[in-house]
Write a protein that binds this ligand. Sequence first.
Ligand SMILES: Cc1cc2nc3c(=O)[nH]c(=O)nc-3n(C[C@H](O)[C@H](O)[C@H](O)COP(=O)(O)OP(=O)(O)OC[C@H]3O[C@@H](n4cnc5c(N)ncnc54)[C@H](O)[C@@H]3O)c2cc1C
Ligand SMILES: *[C@@H]1O[C@H](CO)[C@@H](O)[C@H](O)[C@H]1NC(C)=O
Ligand SMILES: *[C@@H]1O[C@H](CO)[C@@H](O)[C@H](O)[C@H]1NC(C)=O
Ligand SMILES: *[C@@H]1O[C@H](CO)[C@@H](O)[C@H](O)[C@H]1NC(C)=O
Length: 555
Amino acid sequence: MTFQLLSISATATLLLIIASNYILHYVRSVLRGAKRPNRTDLASNSTESTVLLGNSLASALPDSIIFPHDAAAFEQSVNSYWAQQECEVIPACIVRPRDVQQLCTAVHILKSEYDERGKKDSREKEKVEGMFAIRSGGHSPVSGAASIRGGVLIDLSLFHEVTPSEDGSSVVIGAGAKWVNVSKILDEKGLAVTGGRSSAVGVGGLTLGGGLSFFSPRFGLVCSNIISYEVVLASGCVATASATTNSDLWQALKGGSNNFGIVTRITARSFRCAKIWSGFLYLPAFQATKVLAAFHEFVNRANSGDHSIRYDSQAAGPIACFTYLQQLGIEAVAVNLVYTNTPEDGKKWPVCWRTSSFRSLWRLWSTCKVRTLTSATDELNALNPPGRRQAFGTTTIKNDPATLAAAHCAYRDAIASIRRKNIKGMSWTLVLQPLLPEWFRKGDPNPLGLQNDGTDEPLVIVSFTVNWAERQDDEFVAATTRQAVEQIEATATAKNTGHRYRYLNYCGEWQKPLEGYGEENLRFLREVARKYDPGGLFQKGCVGGFKLGSMPSEA
Ligand SMILES: Cc1cc2nc3c(=O)[nH]c(=O)nc-3n(C[C@H](O)[C@H](O)[C@H](O)COP(=O)(O)OP(=O)(O)OC[C@H]3O[C@@H](n4cnc5c(N)ncnc54)[C@H](O)[C@@H]3O)c2cc1C
Ligand SMILES: *[C@@H]1O[C@H](CO)[C@@H](O)[C@H](O)[C@H]1NC(C)=O
Ligand SMILES: *[C@@H]1O[C@H](CO)[C@@H](O)[C@H](O)[C@H]1NC(C)=O
Ligand SMILES: *[C@@H]1O[C@H](CO)[C@@H](O)[C@H](O)[C@H]1NC(C)=O
């Protein structure tokens, strides 16, 4: 009997190891094979007025505009999005400014054209159509967030400077840089900033949407650690936004996304940082319930009166990912654990994680080790290769066991219908990560509506990261993702365990993150937008992302 049990568990273990090897191979092959399909069927098309607009941009900025007939450069820029759907939105032309003056010239031309169209449209009682889109790292999964069909794409990739200050207290970073470009330079100097956790993601979009960092438990959100912004306003002029200059704009940019201007560079606070401890635990799907319990218990330390297990602000995460891979028909769990220092006493695991339930969970393997920040962000990035179709969706709940279980249940329920539909190349992932009140009170004030809303309970950001292979499945995947989010929200509403905040950078296109900041903050953002962009260039002329909605009247 005992022998039989043993051999059953040995067989099960063997099967799991084989399965996990498959996952590794699968992930690696996806990484290697991330080739773009041929897009010749998706030729760009543009109206007559856009052709004229392209011509005036070209005569003012001959070296910095790319048309489709310059095939190699055009393809390279259009293909540099993370999500495949974004690569399929073909602009009429691309402006890739080399410096701020060139960007000012471009915005000036766009603004004149916008005003012209506005006058014409008010005579003809039509609406101004979108004219341009702004892209930094191109990692938004929302189709059309940083792209425009038949319009002008502003590509900020040449704004990639990374310049640490002499005293090591701040770093000037171009909005078009990727986080890996920042961490590589800072790793060498033993410095870090409160920045992104995935190497290939862009600085611009992440920072303007809020920003979750490994260092957020210590210093707050990414946006709350930006000393100043350099921004090109609708007027075509450059402005600085800091605590002392245009301080209303400075605050509005901390979560207000692309509604105020085009950010060209930021100055971020930096601090000493040596190597960190980081990695993933990979577990079989039958451990999901235990992972949920360990997650709840760890996050709940923030609430605990017991000082021996206080939340250590060097601990980031856990980021718990529950994944279903359609291709292999299997589920797995991966948990990212981080400690932003080397473990105490030269031990393998830092105390905060050693004393958590994660330490003793039976797992397939662990990649946790001491490494550079760049290595940690490369590891996260490798799990999300480019070149696939992508969808996100998110909600925010309290750290309540029943609601966490409901989130996992919504994830499981969807798997049944994904199986039935057999979506090619589908990977369906539920991600849970903590967001503690004490984190968002650190650093500069921001308009996200979390700082003074009386919440003292730990929150959990729930999100779905979904990718698949074929365009024909776009609608089904979008509907499935939305339904899963709404199912969780219904439970949270019924149990009174929901929260109005939705992290903008994890939102699906149907969501309204700016409304989640609360009425007062939204009113503030609208006032700032009207002050710096009275004609509404960034509301109507600039497409993509999340807009502010009805603006205060001129009166
Ligand atoms: C693999 C992966 C890992 C991620 N990891 C994290 C993480 O660790 N922490 C986190 O907080 N988020 C993370 N995210 C979410 C991330 O913050 C968003 O995807 C964000 O939009 C990426 O910024 P970007 O510059 O690459 O995007 P883009 O697609 O270029 O831009 C996103 C939006 O911001 C606007 N925008 C961009 N730059 C500017 C600018 N300079 N001026 C004005 N508007 C601008 C664009 O118009 C667009 O609407 C991750 C996303 C992915 C895909
Ligand atoms: C893409 O299509 C073009 C035009 O039909 C062709 O010349 C090119 O070789 C194709 N590229 C690939 C990688 O198939
Ligand atoms: C451009 O092409 C798309 C898809 O083919 C079409 O829906 C759209 O109407 C076209 N726009 C113009 C301006 O021709
Ligand atoms: C940014 O990092 C990537 C990946 O390491 C590299 O290919 C690229 O050249 C870097 N860009 C700059 C401007 O340093």
